[in-house]
Design a protein around this ligand. Structure first.
Ligand code: ADP
Ligand code: MG
Length: 257
């Protein structure tokens, strides 16, 4: 589905240049859920932004469906790959109704049958159709994140890039959104690349994960390996140990939701 090799990226130039990604290499299979974890500032969001085409000054290669994206993005690329951001309030235009947020991508891609598509997608993400003509501030945080997910899905992508999709939400709605993501992936046979600092979330959703540190991948491992404590890198173990107590509460919620 997606293959990334030797991805490097810096911000700034000359002596003030800061290398943010170094030799990032991984692949995500079709229908796989792949996690990216690591401390804040390790480059997780930057990797997603490169894949999504939000940056174009990287070197290395990124191929989607066997096609290199070569820093040049087609309209097609945007249909295949969509991103959901951490903060649903910041990512939705405050003066646009939900209807207009969902109509815009359809209009850009000249897709008809807009009414039916919008109602269907609202049903699928668990929003009442009556939300359609509301503004973001008239919705709860969880509902806003459902709108962001609906917007990502409306073009029927194959890959969703999820950047801490629940970390700005109340704990009580986090599990709801995660379960929605699990259900949608099953129904639509999508691939996900998901960033989270919460290892309980990652192990609940993902097949494999990459551990990032200072712009590099430390280790790629299956979730089973993580849960069995069979990681190879001490850094992975430290992250895992650090997150365990907090994670147990979340894990219980996910199981019972
Ligand atoms: P993470 O998502 O893992 O917390 P990011 O990918 O957001 O980390 O950031 C990685 C590093 O890149 C950080 O040091 C951050 O300060 C830097 N960085 C991210 N975006 C920019 C930018 N647009 N300009 C300059 N530096 C940036
Ligand atoms: Mg980030």
């Amino acid at each position: 589905m997606i293959e990334i090799s030797h991805l490097d990226l810096s911000f700034g130039e000359g002596r003030s240049a800061q290398q943010v990604l170094s030799d990032v290499t991984f692949r995500v299979e079709e229908r796989e859920v792949f996690g990216l974890v690591g401390e804040s500032g390790s480059g997780k969001s930057t990797v997603l932004r490169c894949i999504a085409g939000l940056y174009d000054h990287w070197t290395g290669s990124i191929a989607v469906d066997g096609q290199p994206i070569n820093n040049m993005l087609s309209k097609d690329h945007y249909r295949k790959i969509q991103m959901v951001f951490q903060d649903p309030y910041g990512s939705l235009h405050p003066k646009h109704t939900i209807n207009s947020t969902l109509t815009t991508p359809l209009r850009i891609h000249k897709i008809d049958d807009q009414d039916r598509r919008i109602n269907e997608i609202l049903d699928q993400v668990g929003l009442p159709r009556s939300c359609r003509f509301r503004y973001p501030h008239q919705l709860s945080g969880g509902q806003r994140q459902r709108v962001a997910i609906a917007r990502a899905l409306i073009l029927e992508p194959q890959l969703l890039l999820l950047d801490e999709p629940t970390s700005a939400l109340d704990v009580s709605v986090q599990a709801e959104i995660l379960n929605l993501l699990v259900q949608i992936r099953k129904e639509r046979q999508l691939s996900y690349v998901m960033v989270s600092h919460d290892l309980a979330v990652i192990t609940h959703l993902c097949d494999r994960l990459a551990v990032m540190r200072e712009g590099r991948i430390e280790e790629i491992l299956g979730c089973e390996t993580l849960l069995n404590g069979a990681m190879r890198q001490d850094y992975t173990r430290t992250l895992y140990e650090a997150s365990r107590s907090y994670d147990r509460a979340m894990a219980r919620k996910l199981e019972t939701a």
